[in-house]
Design a protein around this ligand. Structure first.
Ligand code: EPU
Length: 337
């Protein structure tokens, strides 16, 4: 695992943005991390995981550490549950399918989410009524100064909607090395109420779904709405769904009766950014090589050859259009570099 200078990251980010790392090295263990940090190749370090939730608008003038820590092991098992310790560099979807095949329940609604396991706690990935925090036990994070391990339990992670301590107080200070998840072996608590899951199960005449049935339904819904990054560069939802005061939501609802509104904390409501963007006229919009996906307006796509700067300009234009039409601020879910 020799560090390499001036290394292209174009194939390592799912938006396919052209950018170079000043230095690049895959990191397959805590030991490798310590050795690489000791070399002091660059004053700045940057952790690259699956590259599926980022927009690169420029070269990364840093030592880029590419998470490559593998392994899935059972560290605790009883009649009812199993606790897995998973290397941060495992592919998230492979972990989900590994659990589904073993009939371990909890993560099935999170099938097909792109990216690596180590990134899951950082933005507390979620879909179809489940967030990774629901099964999370703890994770081990290595300090980017000296590689020393610090353990964060569920409370310590301060999980919120697409949020955690790794995006706040300790931002850019750690590389997550491993994550532990607790899964059920029987009496699985299925989450079927969100979105089209129950509809898809009904269509397929599945009345007593297994976790494999739920994972299948989630995959078919995602495939129908979200572009495959291998075919069309994208980073999933580009913006977060905005949380606005309940009063403002009621006013918008009076003007736009079709506006979907979801519960948030007391006095607040969450509304779908995809709906706002579609109503602002941007669904399926394309300028040069950048665009808005035609089946889900929350996803920005690279039709081939787009630059990060162009993509960011389009994102800002969409933000401004939504603000102008609805007086609602939508902010990127995807970190911009
Ligand atoms: N909508 C539109 N037009 C669009 C897109 C959505 O009107 O172009 C409306 C839908 O009709 C629906 C509502 O907005 O009433 C919500 O849409 P959807 O169920 O597709 O989910 P979302 O809120 O757009 C969120 C997550 C996704 C996750 C889905 C399903 C965020 C930022 N996004 O999207 O997560 O898969 O729910 O749980 O919270 C991601 O984070 O990268 C991601 C894909």
């Amino acid at each position: 695992m020799k560090p390499q200078p001036h290394f292209s990251l174009a194939s390592l980010n799912t938006m396919g943005m052209p950018a170079y790392a000043a230095w690049y090295v895959p990191v397959d263990s805590q030991k490798t991390l310590k050795e690489v940090l000791d070399l002091k190749l660059h004053p700045k370090v940057f952790v690259l995981s699956g590259g599926s939730n980022m927009l690169l608008t420029q070269d990364i003038d840093a030592l880029v550490l590419h998470v490559a820590i593998r392994g899935i092991e059972i560290i605790h098992e009883s009649e009812d549950e199993v606790v897995l310790k998973v290397g941060a560099g495992e592919t998230w979807h492979d972990l989900v399918m590994h659990c589904v095949h073993n009939n371990w329940g909890g993560l099935e609604n999170l099938a097909l989410i792109p990216g690596y396991v180590g990134a899951a706690p950082i933005q507390n990935i979620g879909a179809y009524g489940v967030e990774q925090k629901d099964c999370f036990v703890r994770c081990g994070a290595y300090a980017l100064t000296d590689g020393r391990e610090r353990i964060f339990d569920r409370e310590g992670c301060q999980f919120g909607y697409r949020d955690s301590i790794f995006k706040g107080e300790v931002r850019d200070q750690y590389m997550i090395g491993w994550v532990e998840y607790r899964l059920t072996k029987k009496n699985h608590a299925l989450h079927l109420s969100y979105g089209a899951i129950s509809q898809v199960l009904e269509q397929n005449q599945i009345h007593a779904p297994s976790i494999a049935d739920v994972a299948d339904a989630v995959q078919s819904i995602r495939r129908s709405k979200l572009p495959d990054p291998k075919i069309l560069g994208n980073a999933g939802s580009f913006f977060k769904n905005p949380v606005i005061p309940a009063q403002q939501a009621a006013e918008l609802n009076a003007q736009y009766p079709d506006l979907p509104i979801y519960e948030a904390s007391t006095g607040w409501k969450k509304i779908p950014a995809g709906w706002l963007i579609e109503q602002a006229g941007y669904k399926g919009f394309r300028r040069n090589n950048c665009g808005v996906y035609d089946k889900q307006a929350l996803v920005l796509v690279n039709h081939g050859g787009a630059t990060g700067a162009e993509m960011w300009a389009l994102a800002q234009e969409i933000q401004a259009a939504v603000w102008e039409k609805f007086g609602v601020e939508i902010t990127p879910e995807v970190p911009i570099f």
